[in-house]
Design a protein around this ligand. Structure first.
Ligand code: CA
Length: 361
């Protein structure tokens, strides 16, 4: 009798576990899959910048077990480099990857979310964005354009760029046509230069053919791949105009709202991982590339004179204050950014800055 009951229970358990398996299988096969397109402002598979969206796409596909697949397009493949914001805003593409300062004509406050002259470094802008109220402001200013932004990569401190003449005073800037985007470009203009904004992929030809006299791009790791060393002699630092440029993943808000919660969490988490990973890539590769530029290609490395940097800083602060006084949204973001910068610089002065000074002495 006991044995019969035992067999009965075993049979019952077997049936229950089978039906469980059937339900699970059905649940998986009924899951909706998402195939999205992502347009970028970078050449396809470009080291650093361009690998950010590629790695996000790969992580999202793996983490979602294939439920979400994102196809990444380089600049010009589906939309021009500077058409990324409009493509995502209109919904023609669900996602984009770019730098916020490219959209200064439409959203002047967006520049704070890439970087501004003499502003936050990579660690600092991450802290302001993720822990200092920056991200909430960023989402607020992109919301009217139907775009949800996520931090997605950082170049670290950039180089001032490539010149065919020495810069010994502001007089050497006068009339110089240089590719330099964002507020850095405004500073350059007020110092007497002629700033232009061109996509990365067009810079080498523009420099080599004399369409521009000088260019900044990113730093040694990226600049070496574009071959600027064949078109310019002097390589200037520091990159006062881009102290730690943050990259952005743009998502059309309607598309974002159509996603189940777990896929939203996967995209946010993958972007967070890649935001750090790209910075690590630059930190690990820049010096090797610099050594090659100097030792193999005989590039003349130059530091901008201190008084030129000081003059750029005065002009940059004037422009930031003026832009804030002229635009309520810019002012709101600027006040948050400035307050954070003042606080973090005060602490970094006696922590990281003091340590690095001690280490390098
Ligand atoms: Ca740059």
């Amino acid at each position: 009798m006991i044995k019969n009951n035992y067999l009965y229970l075993l049979a019952l358990l077997f049936i229950v576990s089978c039906s469980d398996n059937i339900e699970n299988t059905e649940a998986v096969s009924e899951q909706e899959t998402y195939k999205w397109r992502l347009v970028t402002a970078w050449p396809k598979n470009y080291p650093g910048l361009g690998m950010a969206p590629e790695r996000i796409a790969q992580l999202v596909e793996q983490m979602s077990d294939g439920q979400m697949q994102i196809t990444v397009f380089g600049a010009g493949e589906q939309v021009p480099a500077f058409g990324v914001f409009d493509a995502v805003s209109s919904g023609s593409h669900q996602m984009g990857h770019s730098g916020g300062y490219f959209w200064k004509g439409k959203v002047p406050a967006a520049q704070f979310f890439t970087g501004v002259p003499f502003g936050l470094t990579a660690d600092e802008i991450n802290a302001w964005t993720n822990r200092g109220g920056g991200l909430e402001l960023w989402r607020e200013i992109y919301e009217p354009f139907n775009i949800y932004p996520i931090p997605a990569g950082n170049t670290g401190t950039q180089m001032f760029g490539w010149f065919n003449k020495e810069i010994n005073s502001l007089d050497d800037i006068k009339g110089l046509k240089m590719r330099i985007p964002g507020i850095g470009g405004e500073v350059f203009k007020r110092a007497g230069g002629i700033p232009v904004t061109l996509p990365g992929g067009e810079l080498f030809t523009a420099l080599q053919t004399g369409v521009i006299d000088a260019t900044e791009w990113v730093g040694p790791y990226n600049d070496l791949t574009f071959g600027f060393q064949q078109a310019a002699k002097y390589y200037y630092y520091p990159g006062w105009h881009e102290p730690g440029s943050m990259l952005e993943l743009l998502i059309n808000i309607d598309a974002w709202n159509s996603l189940p919660k777990h896929l939203q969490v996967i995209i946010e988490t993958a972007s967070k991982a890649v935001n750090q990973d790209i910075l690590d890539e630059y930190t690990a590769r820049n010096n090797t590339a610099l050594v090659e530029l100097v030792n193999v290609h005989n590039v003349q490395l130059r530091k901008l004179p201190d008084d030129v940097i000081a003059e750029f800083k005065v002009i940059a602060n004037d422009i930031l204050e003026e832009n804030a006084a002229n635009d309520e949204t810019v002012n709101k973001v600027y006040q948050s950014y400035k307050k954070f910068k003042d606080g973090v610089s005060a602490y970094h002065k006696i922590s990281e800055d003091a340590f690095v000074e001690a280490r390098n002495d």
